[in-house]
Design a protein around this ligand. Structure first.
Ligand SMILES: Cc1cc2nc3c(=O)[nH]c(=O)nc-3n(C[C@H](O)[C@H](O)[C@H](O)COP(=O)(O)OP(=O)(O)OC[C@H]3O[C@@H](n4cnc5c(N)ncnc54)[C@H](O)[C@@H]3O)c2cc1C
Length: 415
């Protein structure tokens, strides 16, 4: 019997975990993984540590680490897929080379969004940190820089800001929204984090936007704000969200709605084509609505499910949390999950705050189910809350324990 030819476009969280899952289920099929990048697969969330020097390139490879040990993968770097023909089952690499497939996975991830309202983003010294090679370039430029400006107040920019602070730069974050982290919590929750960031030396300007980047012979030298204020900078990082990498699918017949639409088993609308990761449009387990996320953990999980399905072991994908972030900045841990923006809704919300902690719990309007939570400063037992939300459990008799932060594993063992 002929061996199945698996082709995976994208060699990162989704693509490599799919390859691993395929190899577990099918020891014989050929697995070709195509990557536009020139670096072998690496843990993308760790690239800020390349900027601050806490890690070297040798510390962040994916293949051969933990679960990513699948053997017999043909990983081809510098291989950009420029078109897909599903009628004859081939992908075109770098405009000319043809790679045939029996099963295809689209795991091309996303790229940073550069708002057209910011002029001059092509100047040397302007980054939108996404790849290892960009992290290396940023690290190099630090040696001739004193000031950095970051556009956007999201998680990725916070990580980048800290890396730059560690390297001794004066760092200013320019945030269009009234508060940082506006995608994952409301302003009252972000206040504690903002305070800690200020104490760590980060200057934050909210309610302002960059309109222009000014460059001289050595690259960026300053930015202009919408208030006409001019701030000096030799490094600018744009952190204004991401967009899925789907351009090469134009004319392929694969259904796109911003990203690639996945069914409940990660399959696309055409036979033998699957999708996973940042590029995929999946669904929120709480609301059931179509959605996309840009999280490593989700990409790994969905990639594994796609790999199983491609290898002929049907497995449903249970969906993606719209927001699920757990991290620590400036010594403040925080978690944000499920539905957390409640202004103007009739959800039942409970907020408790101290000088060091903030807790917000969001229940359905009838108070029967927990649908979202934000914890800042103390994230103990966050996994239990995640379980309640994800499994859509009726909170019933344990509601008071949830609100009083007395929830523990024993509550899940009670009849
Ligand atoms: C600085 C930074 C910090 C982050 N921190 C966190 C964090 O703490 N927690 C978290 O959950 N997430 C974090 N993320 C997000 C996380 O990295 C992404 O959600 C994750 O990498 C998505 O994985 P993916 O496999 O879907 O796609 P990607 O990682 O985007 O990889 C896409 C792959 O597809 C390839 N590709 C794209 N187009 C083509 C093409 N046409 N042909 C061939 N190959 C192509 C690329 O070369 C790459 O190999 C961070 C991201 C960044 C940039």
């Amino acid at each position: 019997m002929a061996l199945t030819r698996y082709v995976i476009i994208g060699a990162s969280a989704a693509g490599i975990s799919a390859a691993q899952a395929i190899r577990e289920a099918d020891p014989h099929g050929t697995i070709t993984v195509l990557s536009a990048e020139s670096d072998p697969p690496y843990f993308r969330p760790l690239i800020p540590f390349i900027v601050d020097g806490k890690k070297a390139v040798a510390d962040i490879p994916m293949l051969g680490q933990g679960p990513y040990t699948a053997s017999g993968l043909d990983v081809r770097l510098n291989s950009t897929v420029t078109a897909v023909s599903t009628s004859v089952r081939i992908v075109i690499v770098n405009g000319s080379e043809t790679v045939p497939y029996d099963k295809l996975l689209i795991a091309t991830g996303s790229h940073p969004y550069l708002p057209p309202s910011i002029k001059g983003t092509d100047a040397p010294g302007v980054f939108a940190l996404r790849t290892l090679s960009e992290a290396q370039a940023m690290a190099k430029r630090i040696s001739t820089s004193q000031e950095a400006i970051l556009a956007g107040g999201g998680m990725l920019n916070l990580k980048t800001a800290f890396a730059l602070l560690e390297r001794g730069l004066k760092v200013t974050m320019v945030v269009t929204s009234p508060e940082i982290l506006s995608q994952i919590m409301e302003p009252d929750g972000a206040m504690l984090i903002r305070q800690a960031l200020k104490e760590a030396g980060l200057r934050i300007l909210t309610g302002r936007s960059i309109t222009q980047i000014i460059a001289g012979p050595t690259g960026v030298s300053a930015v202009v704000l919408d208030t006409s204020e001019e701030l000096p900078a030799q490094i600018v990082n744009i952190g204004k969200g991401v967009r899925p990498n789907v351009e090469f699918l134009a004319g392929s017949g694969i259904h796109l709605e911003r990203g690639v639409i996945a069914d409940t088993h990660t399959a696309c609308n055409l036979p033998n084509v699957y999708t996973a990761g940042d590029v995929a449009v999946t669904f929120d387990p709480i609301t059931g609505e179509r959605m996309m996320t840009a999280l490593w953990t989700n990409a790994v999980e969905m990639g594994r499910v796609a790999g199983r399905n491609m290898a002929g072991h049907p497995m449903a994908y249970t969906g993606t949390f719209g927001i699920l972030n757990a991290t620590q900045v400036a010594e403040v841990p925080f978690v944000s999950m499920g539905i957390v923006h409640t202004a103007g809704t009739d959800y039942e919300t409970h907020i408790t705050a101290t000088s060091e902690t903030y807790r917000k719990l969001v229940f359905t309007a009838d108070g029967m189910r927990l649908i979202g939570a934000v914890f800042v400063g103390d994230i103990s037992h966050a996994g239990l809350y995640r379980h309640l939300i994800r499994e859509r459990m009726s909170v019933g008799s344990i509601k008071n324990a949830i609100i009083g932060h007395r929830l523990h594993y024993g509550h899940f063992l009670l009849p």
